[in-house]
Design a binder for this molecule. Structure first.
Ligand code: PBG
Length: 327
């Protein structure tokens, strides 16, 4: 004579040991990438108000942060540069003496093979109008003229010692154009991380403060509409066909369905970017005592992994590595 349910899934949740053994998703430090900002002229790190705990680095403090990330077992670092001067074509982006390229060499020399050194390949931090590309006479972002600038930027970044270039500009044909330029200059081993499904998102708000963006208007003529999932998959498949080594979905948490769909069809690793707004929301709520900070951070990253990300860019990468590194 039995009573109650015959099937009891709760048996696998009875104690911590059972829960640990039956856990389906883990994130290890090696699967995390730390995004970091370096600001031209900074002699010491300065705080970014919209991203508590994140700073504008000087070259020296960036080198120390990179060494610390490597020490913690983090997999990579993604570098963003904030130049002192900007112009219409983002000249500093392809200048070997530009802040991002100088910082890349400094970090690559500091960490050697201990971290995958990645660079943001996009013009928005370098243009005086704040768009990710150059403009045509009517003020529209000129796709094909921008590809030429991306090629020049790619050569400068590869020459500076970047191991992987993060193509975040959402121009059509950018992966093929950059691959061709890299191969033509002998950078056969420099890999391409394609921000394939990058949405026109409000969650980049704190980042735009962080890079002191001068953008007026929006990026909807090149970044994806938040309602479109099929188009995100299409962009990822195109980038794979053009030679992307890794494809990415961005932001992460509001786009977990897109991430899962891309992960299902991709032949190459699929990464996700937990962006500045995702970071700021959790930090702000936690600062008010409205959520448990550590549990919220862990849950957010675990959900991104569960949806199919092979690696995750997160501003919490080093802190997470400290919590999770031993697993
Ligand atoms: C473009 C770029 C952006 C981010 C990464 N690369 C901003 C944008 O497209 O407006 C956002 C990252 C974040 O919000 O954390 N260079």
């Amino acid at each position: 004579m039995t009573s109650g349910p015959a099937i009891r899934p709760r048996r696998l949740r009875t104690n911590a040991a059972m829960r640990r053994l039956t856990a389906e998703s883990h994130v290890s430090a090696s699967q995390l990438v730390l995004p970091a900002f370096v600001r031209e002229g900074n002699l010491a790190p300065t705080p970014i108000l919209s991203m508590p705990g994140v700073v504008h680095h000087s070259i020296d403090s960036l080198k120390r942060a990179a060494a610390g990330a490597a020490e913690a077992g983090v997999g990579g670092i993604m570098l963003f540069g904030i130049p002192e001067t900007r112009d219409a074509i983002g000249s500093a982006a392809s200048d070997p003496n530009g802040i991002l390229n100088v910082a890349t060499t400094a970090v690559a020399e500091e960490v050697g093979d201990a971290l995958v050194v990645q660079t943001d390949l996009c013009l928005d931090e370098f243009t005086d109008h704040g768009h990710c590309g150059v403009l045509d006479p009517l003020g529209r972002v000129d796709n094909d003229a921008t590809l030429v600038r991306y090629q020049e930027m790619a050569i400068a970044q590869a020459a500076a010692g970047a191991h992987m270039l993060g193509l975040s500009g959402m121009m059509d044909g950018q992966v093929a154009a950059v691959r061709e330029a890299l191969d033509g200059h002998g950078f056969l081993d420099t890999s391409i991380l394609a921000y394939s499904a990058k949405y026109a998102s409000s969650f980049y708000g704190p980042f735009r403060e962080a890079v002191e963006s001068q953008l007026e208007g929006d990026r909807r003529s090149y970044q994806l509409d938040p309602g479109n999932a099929r188009e995100g998959v299409r962009e990822a498949l195109l980038d794979i066909a053009e030679g992307a080594d890794v494809v990415m979905v961005k932001p992460a948490m509001s786009y977990l369905d897109v991430l899962a769909k891309v992960a299902e069809v991709s032949e190459v690793p699929v990464w996700a970017y937990q962006v500045s707004g995702e970071y700021a929301m959790i930090e702000a709520a936690a600062a008010h005592g409205w959520i448990d900070r550590r549990r919220a951070v862990e849950e957010s990253v675990l959900s991104i992994r569960r949806a199919g990300a092979d690696a995750i860019l997160s501003y919490w990468a080093v802190e997470l590595a400290g919590w999770w590194g031993a697993r």
